[in-house]
Design a protein around this ligand. Structure first.
Ligand SMILES: [Cu+2]
Length: 171
């Protein structure tokens, strides 16, 4: 028992070691994929012919180590990138980022108007009711695949509660 505990402590102490041990012991050590839970994932439904979409989700890190999402993949798009939005002169601009932080015991929310997994060059239509598989790649090399339902996304307009008629098709 003592021996096992020491073994685990060592595994957590080094990410590289953690990976190696996870591979040879069927996930006994804690990789990012083991400790990061994905909740409420969905992909934006887009009209036929629209080339791009995006995936959103909540990432919850149950572990004691900071992690990052460094890449994402999906067969539903030719190119998949990590993106965020920044406000510039009152305009929402979207830009590619290297990684998305998921702090130890923290939560990172990917949502319309903020962080998102950008899907460029859709290989199939994104219609409500479909499911899209998205694979997240973490900084320690571990991966997690999720099945995200396709949903209609309405931009929330917090400052103008009455404006339901205006839908934004861009994110
Ligand atoms: Cu984007």
């Amino acid at each position: 028992m003592i021996r096992t505990l020491r073994y685990l402590t060592l595994a957590v102490a080094s990410l590289a070691a953690s990976n190696a041990i996870a591979d040879s012991h069927g996930g006994a050590a804690h990789t990012a994929a083991d400790t990061i839970m994905v909740k409420d994932a969905y992909v934006r439904a887009v009209p036929p012919g629209q080339p791009n979409s995006a995936a959103f989700m909540v990432l919850h890190n149950h572990g004691g180590a900071d992690h990052k999402v460094i890449d994402a993949k999906s067969t539903a798009a030719r190119t998949v990138e990590l993106h965020t939005h920044t406000q510039k002169d009152g305009m929402m601009m979207m830009r590619r980022i290297e990684s998305i932080d998921v702090k130890a015991h923290g939560e990172t929310v990917l949502k319309p108007g903020g962080l998102h997994v950008m899907m460029i060059g859709l290989t199939k239509p994104m219609k409500v009711g479909d499911t899209v598989s998205v694979t997240l790649v973490f900084d320690d090399g571990s991966k997690k695949s999720i099945d995200a339902p396709v949903q209609e996304v309405m931009m929330k307009m917090d400052h103008k509660p009455g404006m339901h008629h205006k839908m934004m098709h861009k994110h």
